[in-house]
Design a binder for this molecule. Structure first.
Ligand SMILES: Nc1nc2c(ncn2[C@@H]2O[C@H](COP(=O)(O)OP(=O)(O)O)[C@@H](O)[C@H]2O)c(=O)[nH]1
Ligand SMILES: [Mg+2]
Length: 361
């Protein structure tokens, strides 16, 4: 499985490639742009930047995503300008264990979608890494054939150490790609624990990838992916055991409670992503799922749920930040003194704190 991780010495190359893929001048790490008074960035003309992104200028798109990654204070303004431009993109999440073939599949999907004349955004999210240049190197190598295509935006994003994490940052980066005119946004997320579930909550259609002989394929299924896949892919179908993996998966998917007629039954698509085999079938499965969701009102419902989660995450992050700044604040220490002395219970003190923090918004 060493083929799924990146050699450490590749970092410089990785960021070079990222820059050429997005033509973005930004190299800021997470948090770098989020600090107040971030020098020349204060002079940023958000209106012009959004206009350029809307025209599909890759530098502007890259710059806006960097603002998201850096939790820039200007995001409020950016998101207000982007809002009327969004809603056109179809978001497909791809998740699975490292090495299963997510990037190869994503790249093959990009090729097929481009052939069909669609504009595509690719967001590779690594919730486990604080660097955008580390573990995703392999992805960029696999994506490099699309780097010079103006109809494709490719961006990797790290969310560890990010206040609010994946659930906060990914939807806003998706908004940027949406507003920039992408018809489809493919979000690749390394499957580590909670991230599959988080990314599934942000996609219109969630694809879960497995591969034979990875040992953890069906194991991972037990960790909850059986609930989140709208479409399952057994990649590396050129290898022994693919048939058995598909059979076992099919069996496990069938074990859930009986579905009513008209319910979505997640299909299992076998692919050899490295050779582009099965990719048309995968696209077909994605189209069918989209059609089914539109027909049953599920798409609108999912998007509302996603917006609700987005609002909640922004609100929670803002609250956490404000409460965080209270350390050493006289109000907090006054409340702490009362609680320590038994004059006030901690719940009442917390209520008072929250009320104070929200009142000053
Ligand atoms: N045999 C075989 N190898 C594949 C296939 N798809 C991808 N690979 C290889 O599996 C490795 C990991 O692929 P990658 O797309 O980086 O996986 P990711 O970590 O899930 O993004 C790479 O060496 C790919 O070339 C396939 O269909 N068959
Ligand atoms: Mg990958």
């Amino acid at each position: 499985m060493s083929d799924g991780s990146a050699p450490a010495e590749g970092r410089a190359t990785a960021s070079e490639q990222d820059r050429s893929a997005t033509a973005g001048p930004e190299t800021s790490g997470p948090g770098a742009a989020g600090r107040r008074g971030a020098g020349p960035r204060r002079a940023l003309d958000v209106g012009a930047l959004v206009e350029q992104a809307r025209e599909g200028r890759p530098r502007a798109v890259a710059r806006l995503i960097s603002l998201v990654e850096g939790a820039s204070p200007q995001l409020r303004e950016v998101m207000a300008a982007l809002a009327p431009l969004t809603g056109g993109a179809y978001v497909v999440g791809l998740t699975g264990s490292p090495g299963v073939g997510k990037s190869t599949t994503t790249s093959a999907l990009v090729t097929a979608l481009r052939r069909a004349g669609r504009r595509v955004g690719v967001l590779a999210v690594d919730p486990s890494s604080p660097f955008s240049g580390g573990a995703l190197l392999g992805d960029r190598v696999r994506m490099s054939e699309h780097a010079s295509d103006p109809g494709v935006y490719i961006r990797s994003m790290a969310t560890r150490g990010h206040l609010g994490g994946l659930a906060w940052a990914a939807p806003q980066a998706i908004r940027v790609l949406d507003a920039a005119g992408c018809d489809v946004v493919l979000v690749e997320t390394v499957g580590v624990g909670q991230s599959e579930v988080e990314i599934a909550a942000q996609a219109d259609t969630s694809v879960v990838l497995l591969a034979p002989g990875m040992g953890d394929g069906i194991q991972a299924a037990k960790a909850g992916i059986l609930e989140i896949g709208d479409v399952y892919v057994v990649n590396k179908a050129d290898r022994d055991g693919a048939e058995a993996t598909a059979r076992e998966l099919n069996h496990m998917l069938g074990l859930g409670e009986a579905r009513a007629a008209g319910d979505w039954r997640p299909p299992i698509v076998k692919t050899v992503a490295a050779r582009g085999e099965g990719v048309d079938e995968l696209l077909d499965a994605l189209d069918k799922h989209r059609g089914w969701m539109e027909e049953h009102g599920v798409l609108a419902e999912r998007r509302r749920a996603r917006a609700a989660g987005e609002i909640e995450n922004i609100a929670l992050t803002a609250l956490r930040r404000r409460i965080g700044t209270l350390h050493g604040d006289s109000r907090l220490s006054a409340l702490a003194g009362k609680v320590a002395a038994g004059a006030l219970d901690p719940y009442a003190a917390a209520d008072e704190l929250v009320a104070g923090v929200t009142a000053e918004a």
